[in-house]
Structures are given as C-alpha cells and as structure tokens.
Ligand binder design. Structure first.
Ligand SMILES: Cc1ncc(COP(=O)(O)OP(=O)(O)O)c(N)n1
Ligand SMILES: Cc1nc(C(=O)O)sc1CCOP(=O)(O)O
Ligand SMILES: [Mg+2]
Length: 208
C-alpha cells in the first residue's frame, strides 16, 4: 500500500461547477495530490456515478487514490476507498464491504476516543478538524494543535488535518504531526487550473 503522506484534495460541487471539475482536479493531481476525495452532497445518483468514474480514471493516470465521501456502496461499486463521518454508517461494515486493502477514512473531530474506535473498526487513516475557520464547513467542531500532537503520540495510523487549511497554516500542521492536509477552498477556489496546480505543488512541497 502507498504511504499516506502529502496533499489530500477534496472536491466541492459549488466551487467546481460549470465544467471545472475535471480540469481543476487534474491540475491538483499534476501538482502532486496523493488522495482525492469526491465530495458531492447531491441526490443525483447518475451524475455522482459518472463523475466518480471520471475521477477514478484521472487518479489512475496520475498515481493517486480516489476516496468517495459518505457512500460506501458507490465506493464498492467503483473499487475505491471511502471516507465516513460519525453519522455516515458503520466503519466496520464498510471495511467488510470494501475488503482489507481498501482505503477507509474516519472523521474523528477533536476526540481521541473516536480515533481509537475508528482504529479498532479498521480505519486506514484518522481525520481531525476543523483546525481553522472553514468557508466550506463553518459549523464543524473545532480541533487544536495540541490535540494533533496528542494524536500523533498515541496513534501509528496516518493522521489527516482538515478545516480551513491554507498554504500559510499547513506547515504548522505538518510540524505537529499531520501526515496529510485535506484542502478544499484554499486549493480549488482559484481562477484557473494553472493556479490550482501551482497551489497543489506548494502544498505537496511541504512534505518533501
Ligand atoms: C478527510 C476528511 N475529514 C473529515 C471529513 C468530514 O466528514 P463528515 O464529518 O462526514 O462531513 P462531510 O464531509 O460528509 O460533510 C471529510 N469529508 N474528509
Ligand atoms: C468537509 C470538512 N470537514 C471538516 C471537519 O472538520 O470535519 S472541515 C471540512 C471542510 C474543509 O474545507 P476547507 O478546506 O474549504 O475548509
Ligand atoms: Mg460525511
């Protein structure tokens, strides 16, 4: 299995509308993103399947891994990973459905106990956040840099830091133990694919 370390890009259906999804994601992958999460809260199952298939192809071409947000069944259908939050269903059931090699991510907010439970249920990585003000998800519970250090000391699993991460704030997260930074706005709220690629390269360089 590939090491989980580096930039974790997450899509957003509002930021990436109007035909920008594929070119912007490809730019992030060219810039070195290692994981890509397809996060689309719409009920349009046909569109979700079509877009996720296209993203799987892009990830394959660029040596990245695709994760589906919330939907273990879609992940199983595509043979990719899944990220589950606290109200998105059982991690253990997703592990049973997807098999032992699939990537399985878990939202742990700011609670080490949730991370311990996720570890026991077979998570591949544990995600903490939000660390900073997030334009994408302003209401998410807040996590601290101290919590990140405690998690690093306690768990051997890769740790993902999420929530308002920018090129300015990411170095501190990496210094305190984040294996990956998960980013939406500071990566994809850009005027061009070239700018997304530049930002992705800068995030990726933090892990060299
Ligand atoms: C890497 C990563 N970490 C946390 C989340 C948040 O998941 P969740 O709490 O289920 O919230 P939604 O993303 O579903 O709104 C995530 N998606 N990815
Ligand atoms: C999807 C999500 N989950 C979070 C959590 O804290 O669990 S914060 C968040 C949004 C991340 O987007 P941005 O990089 O634009 O802040
Ligand atoms: Mg969720």
């Amino acid at each position: 299995m590939k090491t989980l370390r580096g930039l974790y890009a997450i899509t957003d259906s509002q930021l990436l509308d109007g035909g920008r999804l594929l070119p912007y994601v490809e730019a992030a992958l060219r810039g070195g993103a290692k994981l890509l999460q397809y996060r689309d809260k719409s009920e349009d199952a046909a569109r979700r399947l079509r877009q996720a298939e296209a993203l799987r192809e892009l990830c394959l071409r660029h040596g990245a891994q695709l994760i589906i947000n919330d939907d273990a069944e879609l992940a199983a259908r595509l043979g990719v990973g899944v990220h589950l939050g606290q109200s998105d269903g059982s991690l253990a059931a997703a592990r049973a459905l997807l098999g032992r090699h699939a990537l399985l991510g878990a939202t742990c907010h700011a609670q080490l106990e949730l991370a311990e439970q996720a570890r026991q249920e077979g998570a591949s990585y544990i995600a903490f956040g939000r660390f900073f003000n997030s334009q994408t998800k302003p209401g998410a519970p807040a996590a601290t840099l101290e919590l990140l250090e405690q998690a690093r000391a306690r768990f051997r699993l890769p740790i993902v830091a999420i929530g308002g991460v920018t090129l300015d704030s990411a170095p501190e997260l990496v210094a305190r133990g984040a294996s990956m930074v998960a980013v939406i706005h500071a990566l994809f709220a850009a005027d061009s694919a070239a700018e997304v690629e530049r930002r992705a390269r800068a995030f990726s360089a933090l892990f060299d």
